[in-house]
Design a protein around this ligand. Structure first.
Ligand code: SF4
Length: 296
């Protein structure tokens, strides 16, 4: 049974330069909390103050509030969904809050930038195609390992990596600009040549347009304890290694960053997969400027 929470505001204008994170102008989270259980999840950090993070809740009157907000904005833009909570949680299948929100974006000529780990996103391909006729649409499937067994351990309650690659293919085949978020790359676990090569090759087979990589993992209070508790089941030695190397650091970069970055970029270049944020933003927004040029 899913609970609800009151909401006042849904759309938030982003404060940073919009080329920094996939060219988004606004952010929205339609749900609070996330049941996907990723062991490295940053959103469960205590600084965000989300009680019972694993229990997802929907925001009351979210569609009515969003509708009003979209109509009141003078500047159209791209709305990011999925920063703090995966918007395609298991309840979305029945509640269709994300689906209805996407329809509103289409009707009001806003663009969208979706982050998810769930294959349910393919259900909304027809709406994404509609959004693309007046603005831009980009979908990012987070895939942190090419190995289904490992993905089941580190991201236990969502589709395994192989199903996410299939979703990437389906979206790209339908003309939606789609790629992969390789975030985080976990030190001593996924920062190796076999993983990097396998992810890039599978991304290529799925026609992924880009892979955006973060060479390490962030670690904050609340998040750290949860991560270590679950990492211990994979390898107790790894926990000790992390504790020795990173202590209470926020940013835990992979120790072999130069090697991994060079290999990753070489592999992507070989297949024509974009890796640079500016290039990705330019490429997916091209259709928007094309529509505007046609208009003039
Ligand atoms: S899908 Fe995202 S928000 Fe949900 S648990 Fe995983 S990392 Fe956290």
């Amino acid at each position: 049974m899913i609970e609800s929470i009151p909401a006042k505001q849904i759309l938030q204008k982003v404060k940073f330069e919009n080329t920094r994170w996939f060219g988004i102008d606004y952010n929205m989270n339609l749900y609070r909390g996330c049941p996907h259980g990723c062991i490295y999840c940053d959103s469960r950090s205590t600084i965000y103050n989300i009680e019972n993070f694993d229990q997802v809740r929907y925001k009351e009157n979210v569609i009515e509030i969003l509708s009003k907000e979209l109509r009141s904005k003078r500047k159209k833009g791209v709305v990011g969904i999925g920063a703090m909570s995966d918007t395609y949680n298991p309840f979305e299948k029945e509640l269709c809050i994300t689906k209805r929100a996407l329809n509103l974006l289409a009707e009001n000529h806003f663009g969208v930038s979706i982050d998810t780990k769930s294959s349910l996103v393919v259900r909304d391909i027809p709406i994404l195609q509609k959004i693309k006729t007046n603005n831009s649409a980009i979908v990012k499937l987070t895939i942190t390992t090419a190995n289904d067994e490992l993905s089941k351990k580190i991201e236990p309650n969502v589709n395994p990596s192989s199903e996410r690659f299939e979703a990437v293919k389906e979206l790209n085949d339908a003309g939606i600009f789609c790629g992969i978020l390789l975030t985080p790359m976990l030190p001593f676990l996924t920062d190796n040549k076999d993983e990097i090569r396998a992810i890039v090759e599978k991304a290529h087979k799925a026609n992924a347009k880009f892979i955006y990589c973060m060479y390490g993992v962030t670690m904050r209070s609340g998040q750290r304890e949860f991560f270590y508790k679950h990492l211990k089941n994979i390898s107790p030695e790894l926990v000790l290694k992390y504790q020795r190397l990173y202590g209470l650091n926020y940013l835990c970069s992979i120790p072999n960053k130069d090697y991994c970055e060079t290999l990753f970029k070489e592999e992507c270049r070989r297949y024509g997969i974009l890796t640079d944020m500016k290039d990705i933003v330019k490429a997916y927004k091209r259709s928007e400027s094309y529509t505007q040029m046609k208009f003039f």
